[in-house]
Design a protein around this ligand. Structure first.
Ligand SMILES: C[S@@+](CC[C@H](N)C(=O)[O-])C[C@H]1O[C@@H](n2cnc3c(N)ncnc32)[C@H](O)[C@@H]1O
Ligand code: SF4
Length: 449
């Protein structure tokens, strides 16, 4: 059997360990999570901030992000005020004025908000922290709604990174995913960003979209290489129609390329990108050698979190806004996804955290090995690891990958081979003790391929 069909099982994307469906609600307490956060900040007073801006004007029917579709821009002001209230609740808890090392505006569509609304939010935030001289500030921009005013306003606050959602350039696919945008629109906004001093312009592409075939991916990649973004995220289409609010519709499951056929699209894209001097980073990411992501990948500083691959900047990540996730090394906290509940909790001066996980020593150990694999494609055996996983059991679950030529085991550790890169998610599952203790009885994760 073809390896892509063999390993095409449901698998986590490992943007966290434990993965969200395996967080232990029974032992979680927001108070303890906040205590851990405070302790962490006492050791090192720097933060990374993620702000979720959930509105979009139009539903793209492939989208798996947490968003609300509306054309009513009156929603902007109350949402920004709620974000600021949440921010001030955190500030009261922090031991000292924090140093901001990283700020990311994600969504939904951050550029749904007017430049004025974003300026109001950012003025308040940046005036209550010390912005580190090396801080990295970035946002996700929809090519349709990102104006020169947006780019200028954010640049004034020190933003130098932007990622634009491109997905695919072919009209028949754009029609299936309800997202029409031309090459010229993407080119215009990308040039504008460069001219205004953004040093890292990234494009998001997706493979495995409905009706997408080999010629479509060739066309999209060729167009992309003309614009030469510094980074490219080439996401595997995650078909998760069971997740509430995704709105994945307008096409049938049978319209989706699957297994080996889907992976072929990635391989074609990969070849073309490598020919054009891009380097493959971790899983599904590419960068030019001049981009920090490449630098981080060779110096071992690459990190993976809910935003994908980043540089490990601060040990504490605060998440503001609906569905946002915070991470203080030993605790995860997630906000409510429901807008009404978000407003209600903040009205009563309560942080909108509704779920989370307190990491045990075992979790922290497994997390490190999974991060090593996802970021560096290798990990080193430690005595601590074998306190939690029996070596023989681990070896026997990895045996199938060894036999298929996907990884090598050595005396001191393991190395995922180039052929194993597409199966990183499957390989990490051999370390995922929480998953192994309780295999899901319903579908929780998208397919590995
Ligand atoms: C929040 S959106 C980007 C910003 C803006 N909303 C836009 O669409 O241009 C983040 C990215 O997630 C990716 N994405 C969304 N849904 C996905 C899915 N089901 N499978 C894979 N990637 C997906 C898309 O590439 C998208 O550009
Ligand atoms: S892809 Fe972007 S614009 Fe489209 S629905 Fe998702 S978050 Fe909104």
């Amino acid at each position: 059997m073809n390896l892509f069909d063999k390993y095409n099982t449901a698998a986590p994307r490992y943007t966290s360990y434990p993965t969200v469906p395996y967080w232990d609600e029974t032992t979680f307490s927001t108070a303890v999570a906040l205590e851990r956060l405070q302790q962490q900040l006492e050791t090192e007073n720097s933060i990374s901030l993620y702000i979720h801006l959930p509105f979009c004007e139009r539903l793209c029917t492939f989208c798996g992000c947490h968003k609300y579709i509306t054309k009513r821009h009156e929603v902007e002001q109350p949402y920004i005020e709620a974000l600021l209230k949440e921010w001030h609740l955190y500030l009261e808890l922090l031991p000292a004025k924090p140093v901001l090392k990283e700020l990311h505006l994600g969504g939904g569509t951050p550029t749904f908000f007017s430049p004025l609304s974003l300026e109001h939010l950012l003025t308040e935030i940046t005036s209550s922290v010390e912005v580190d001289a090396t801080a990295e500030l970035g946002f996700e921009g929809h090519p349709h709604s990102t104006s020169a005013q947006h780019l200028r306003a954010l640049r004034r606050f020190g933003f130098t990174r932007v990622s634009f959602g491109v997905q695919d350039y072919n009209p028949h696919i754009q029609q299936a995913i309800n997202r029409q945008q031309t090459f010229n629109e993407v080119a215009k906004v990308s040039f504008m960003a460069r001219e205004l001093g953004y040093k890292s312009v990234s494009h998001d592409l997706v493979y495995g979209l409905p009706f997408q075939c080999e010629n479509d991916i060739i066309d999209s990649i060729e167009k992309t290489t003309i614009l030469r973004p510094d980074r490219i995220s080439l996401y595997s289409y995650a078909h998760v129609p069971w997740v509430k609010g995704t709105g994945q519709r307008g096409f049938k499951t049978s319209d989706l390329p699957e297994g080996a056929q889907k992976r072929k699209l990635y391989e074609i894209a990969r070849e073309l990108l490598l020919e054009n001097d891009y380097v493959e980073i971790g899983m599904d990411h590419f960068a030019l050698r001049t981009d920090d992501l490449f630098h981080d990948s060779v110096t071992g500083q690459l990190h993976r979190n809910f935003m994908g691959y980043t540089t490990a900047k601060a040990a504490v990540q605060l998440g503001l806004g609906v569905s946002a996730i915070g991470n203080s090394k030993a605790a995860f906290m997630q906000n409510t996804k429901d807008l009404k509940t978000y407003y209600k909790l903040l009205e009563s001066n309560t942080l909108p955290v509704v779920k989370g996980h307190l990491l045990s020593s075992e979790d922290l150990c497994i997390q490190q090995h999974i991060l090593n694999l996802m970021c560096q494609l290798q990990t080193t055996w430690t005595d601590e690891l074998f306190r939690y996983i029996d070596f023989q059991t681990l070896k026997s679950s990895l045996r199938t990958f060894v036999a298929d030529g996907l990884l090598e085991l050595t005396e001191t550790g393991m190395q995922v081979l180039e052929a194993g890169r597409p199966f990183l998610r499957n390989i990490c599952m051999a370390f995922d003790l929480r998953l192994q203790r309780k295999w899901p009885d319903t579908k929780l994760f998208s397919s590995a391929v």
